[in-house]
Design a protein around this ligand. Structure first.
Ligand code: NAI
Ligand SMILES: N[C@@H](CC=O)C(=O)O
Length: 353
């Protein structure tokens, strides 16, 4: 049985949910997946940082109601978030990056990932910044250091769109996609259809753990733009940057726009899409679209996301599932660790053969 020592960078909704899963499910993972997780370090802007080579009790971490700088009270703790020291020196096999997504330059998360990979630690992340902005560099750094950079949760939370498209649809030749890729804006549109005003709907999405720290990223389309870049670069072989993707969000949609759509048997949805042209050029866009009720994406409600992948060999293949949520996104981190574990095992098998 394998034990993976992990360092959590950011201890907000998602990483706290991962700690909660560790507290309740480690024994099942040990039995069913062949490993257990041991938290050896945590660093959070608000709470400070702590290293404990023997491991921190996940249940205590989740249940203790730490105040600002509260990790300073723990043995091996400090009231400051010293991410660089934690990432470089904690005895971790895997660094779990779940700090704020910075849609402009991906920092400081890009540096967090770099430090981890450079010091021979795997990285799993739900942070869209480093993936959209620096995936090529980080993947090559991971390869050079014999570790992995995994980021399933950066698109559609725990719904396995990236791995599914790359592994299960290998050879089907994806030529484009369109989808609902932001849980918050989809939730907000649905609540507005029910008569709630925009600001109150955004507040609900925040309370439910769907929204970004700054929900402007959700409602202005910036979050979807990062996801379009990630999927286009990953599945269409593009090399897009966020500024290459045209972007308009939902904040200009008024209650009367929503009402007019309903009267015309249609619904507004924020759609992210990309397509590869005959000459190989990939273009991407984010924009609200009024979809007829019969459209397959029109029935996708709440924080659920869906993406239709257009393929040469199968036509459209649509994947739908949770697009946001704390536990749902923590599951994506677990799925990344499962992938690391499986890759480690196949490397060992190859060596033995
Ligand atoms: N919540 C969700 O449904 C999903 C979230 N994500 C992404 O996962 C990441 C984490 O999301 P949440 O946990 O919901 O966010 P959150 O806002 O609840 O937590 C982020 C935590 O990171 C900490 N933090 C921020 N900057 C830091 C820094 N420089 N150093 C150390 N700690 C720092 C904050 O203090 C906060 O506790 C974000 O990048 C988000 O975009 C991705 C998919 C779904
Ligand atoms: N804020 C995002 C979280 C997942 O990426 C969303 O609402 O989709």
């Amino acid at each position: 049985m394998t034990i993976y020592n992990i360092a959590l960078i950011g201890f907000g909704g998602v990483n706290r949910a991962l700690a909660e899963l560790i507290a309740t499910k480690n024994h099942l993972w040990e039995r069913d997946l062949g490993f257990r997780l041991n938290i050896v370090a945590v660093s959070d802007l608000h709470l400070g940082s702590v290293i404990s080579p023997n491991g921190l009790d996940a249940k205590t971490l989740v249940e203790a109601n730490f105040a600002k700088g509260g990790f300073g009270q723990l043995s091996g703790g400090s009231s400051e978030a010293d991410n660089e020291t934690i990432i470089k020196t904690a005895p971790a096999d895997i660094v779990v990056e779940a700090t704020f997504t910075n849609p402009k330059d991906g920092e400081p998360a890009v540096s967090h990932c770099r430090w981890a990979l450079q010091t021979g630690k795997h990285v799993v992340t739900t942070n869209k910044g480093p993936v959209a902005i620096a995936a090529r560099e980080l993947k090559s750094l991971a390869g050079a250091n014999g570790v992995r950079f995994e980021y399933e949760g950066s698109v559609m939370s725990g719904t396995p769109v990236i791995r599914m498209a790359e592994k299960t649809l290998a050879g089907a030749e994806v030529t484009g996609f369109e989808g609902i890729l932001n849980g918050t804006s989809n939730f907000v549109l649905g609540r507005m259809e029910g008569g709630l005003d925009f600001a109150a709907a955004v507040k609900e999405a925040q309370q439910l753990g769907y929204a970004e720290a700054d929900p402007t990223a959700d409602v202005e389309g910036f979050d979807v733009r990062l996801k379009v870049v990630i999927l286009a670069n990953e599945l269409l072989g593009a090399n897009l940057k966020p500024e290459d993707v045209t972007c308009k969000g939902i904040s200009d949609l008024s209650p009367s726009d929503i009402e007019a759509a309903a009267k015309a048997n249609s619904r507004w949805k924020l759609i992210g899409s990309a397509v590869r042209a005959e000459d190989g050029k990939v273009t991407g866009s984010v924009a609200p679209k009024r979809l007829a009720l019969e459209h397959p994406l029109a029935a996708v409600n709440g924080a659920t996301n869906a993406v239709s992948l257009n393929t040469e060999l199968l036509g459209a293949v649509t994947i739908t599932g949770p697009g946001a949520g704390r536990i749902e996104t923590a599951y994506a981190l677990l799925s990344d660790i499962v992938a690391i574990h499986a890759a480690g095992k196949s490397a060992v098998t190859k060596e033995a053969a």
